[in-house]
Design a protein around this ligand. Structure first.
Ligand code: ZN
Length: 197
């Protein structure tokens, strides 16, 4: 699925299962980092623009380097090193990582029906086993869009009580500003629906 869907789903799980902003951020990152193996796209595009010899790093390595067991273990261990509760973060990172694989497995197809993304669980060492599902739906399908919007509303609701939001994964200061706005909206909405409370 798209990075924003992975981000929101991972953050909601992290927000529900951790008890501090630092661990919440780390668990969320476990749902984003698998797609770091797609960053070769930047090199592919840059070389194309510069007229250099074309590379196929995205096609070769995306879904192959970090979308398997090795990627899961590396990401979980790396993130646990920075955690307040390392074991909890390692286990949750593995959970969120595998949710990422599942979401890619079911809903990341390209425009044509043959454009399926398989999962190579033993990548980058072996392309066997190759897990592929012919029912995989399109990345830009209506289901993925509605799912992302639903997750977004949930992710805007949780910070009112928690005191931190998905923005905190990237920037703490911006997070404070977002949370104070969300709390104001929440208070205004509560006043309107329950004026005497
Ligand atoms: Zn992915």
């Amino acid at each position: 699925m798209s990075p924003e869907t992975h981000l929101l789903a991972s953050w909601i799980i992290a927000a529900k299962t951790t008890d501090n902003p630092r661990d919440c951020r780390l668990v969320t990152l476990a749902g984003l980092l698998p797609d770091a193996d797609g960053l070769g796209l930047i090199v592919d595009l840059a070389r194309g623009w510069l007229g250099a010899k074309q590379t196929q790093l995205y096609a070769q390595y995306h879904h192959f380097l970090l979308h398997g067991a090795l990627g899961g273990v590396l990401i979980a261990v790396l993130l646990a090193c920075f955690a307040q509760r390392p074991w909890r973060v390692a286990l949750l990172a593995l959970l969120v990582f595998h949710l990422h694989l599942l979401c890619d497995f079911v809903g990341s197809r390209g425009p044509s029906p043959e454009d399926l993304w398989p999962i190579f669980y033993l990548g980058p060492f072996d392309k066997d086993p190759m897990w592929i599902w012919k029912g995989q739906w399109r990345l830009d399908s209506w289901f993925n869009r509605y799912l992302t919007v639903g997750l977004l509303f949930w992710a805007l609701w949780l910070p009112v009580r928690l005191g931190y939001s998905v923005v905190g994964v990237f920037n703490r200061r911006a997070d404070h500003a977002v949370v104070s706005v969300l709390r104001k909206w929440h208070d205004a909405w509560a006043q309107r629906t329950h004026p005497l409370s």
